[in-house]
Design a protein around this ligand. Structure first.
Ligand code: EPU
Length: 349
């Protein structure tokens, strides 16, 4: 059935809004209401509006870590709050704030253009600044929490503002309070980062160190580290502008020491990363590849041929197709290794 063009009222709220272009997996879904927020003052008005007051609110950034399993019955708040500025400095740090609607990678490159290092390992991650703390984005040995200072958010229940410091965010591997107990409660409006004045490159991730050494760089600048990260990502990860995906589809599982011993005895070449608490993080992409899924499709959803951790839209996929493919992969990994894979994106059903 053809989709009617959205009707946008004077208040800027569109009804029956097609979200296909608003999520990087390209999944079709219709939102009952959709409104762009470029100013936090509007949120209070929207919450108070009788016709949308009782409906659930879904906050949308770049839609790059989102699986839309079906239509959205509530009001989508598309965050378009812009702005980036140096807000202060002390002996150790520069404090830099960005509006939640800024594109993450453009923000990273802007900090580098100012000569401020700190975010370079997180280059080219899709999505917005406001979404970054929700899943504590991480790549090439650095997680957002290491550079995080605080964030401003507005309660979706009553419009009250609140500042969250690092502790209040409860950061963990690809996790925060915004995915747990506070999920669906806040609209993040800006994020402030603490960028170190004494910068040194973080090259603990072997592939990154190899990439720089391979291009003959011995004492890299933040921008050179960023360029190397971009080169690696372009080689391995699909560009959501070309092929629908939501980045890593599963978290790398962490297993206790006993389970790890049993697994490594069976598969001595299994990549693993010891954790400070004695457990071991495993590479979900490797486990999935061992089960024969790399490059394999189930209906219109596929397991990407260059990185098995990424599921891709081969064309025309719907939310249910993604869930089916993910469940089949989880079942195979469970059967072969006894390891439970936990999805990484946020699911909206
Ligand atoms: N591997 C395979 N087959 C694959 C994929 C990976 O054998 O198909 C092996 C690799 O050879 C390597 C190990 O698994 O030994 C780890 O692979 P890789 O370095 O590609 O990283 P990853 O653990 O698969 C994580 C993040 C990525 C991030 C990279 C680099 C998670 C869930 N994913 O992937 O994050 O870019 O490390 O730091 O932690 C994302 O979150 O969307 C994302 C792309």
């Amino acid at each position: 059935m053809p989709i009617e063009p959205p009707l946008t009222g004077q208040d800027g709220i569109a009804t029956q809004f097609d979200l296909t272009a608003s999520n990087t997996f390209g999944l079709p879904a219709i939102a009952a209401g959709y409104v762009a927020i470029s100013d936090t003052a509007r949120i209070g008005d929207l919450i108070a509006r009788a016709d949308w007051a009782g409906t659930p609110k879904l906050v949308l950034g770049g839609g790059s870590n989102l699986i839309l399993a079906g239509d959205v019955a509530g009001l989508v708040l598309k965050v378009e709050i812009k702005g980036r500025q140096l807000t202060g400095e002390d002996e150790s740090f520069r404090y830099v704030r960005a509006g939640a609607g800024e594109n993450w990678h453009e923000f990273v490159r802007w900090t580098l253009a100012q000569g401020w290092g700190g975010l370079e390992n997180l280059s080219l991650i899709p999505g917005t600044v406001g979404a970054a703390p929700i899943q504590n984005i991480g790549a090439y040995g650095v997680e957002l929490e290491r550079r995080f200072h605080s964030l401003e958010a507005v309660a979706l229940s009553d419009g009250r503002p609140r500042t969250f410091d690092r502790e209040a965010c409860g950061f963990a591997y690809r996790d925060s309070v915004f995915k747990q107990g506070e999920a669906g409660c806040w609209l993040i409006s800006s994020v402030t980062f603490a960028l170190p004045k004494q910068w040194s490159p973080d090259l603990g991730y072997a592939e990154l160190a190899r990439e720089l050494a391979g291009s003959g760089v011995r004492a890299p600048t933040p921008r050179q580290v960023s360029d190397a990260v971009i080169a690696i990502r372009r080689r391995k990860l699909p560009d959501p502008a070309e092929i629908g995906n939501a980045g890593s589809f599963f978290k790398n599982p962490v297993v206790d020491a006993r389970d790890f011993q049993a697994l490594i005895a069976r598969s001595p070449d299994m990549p693993h990363y010891p954790q400070p608490d004695g457990r071991h993080k495993l590479a979900a992409g490797w486990l999935i590849e061992q089960c024969g899924w790399k490059g394999r499709d189930l209906g219109p959803v596929g397991c990407f041929e260059r990185q098995a951790l990424v599921l891709v839209n081969r064309g025309g996929a719907r939310g249910a197709d993604v869930l089916r493919c993910a469940a089949a992969i989880q079942a195979d990994v469970r059967a072969r290794f006894g390891v439970r894979l936990e999805p990484e994106p946020v699911f909206i059903s």
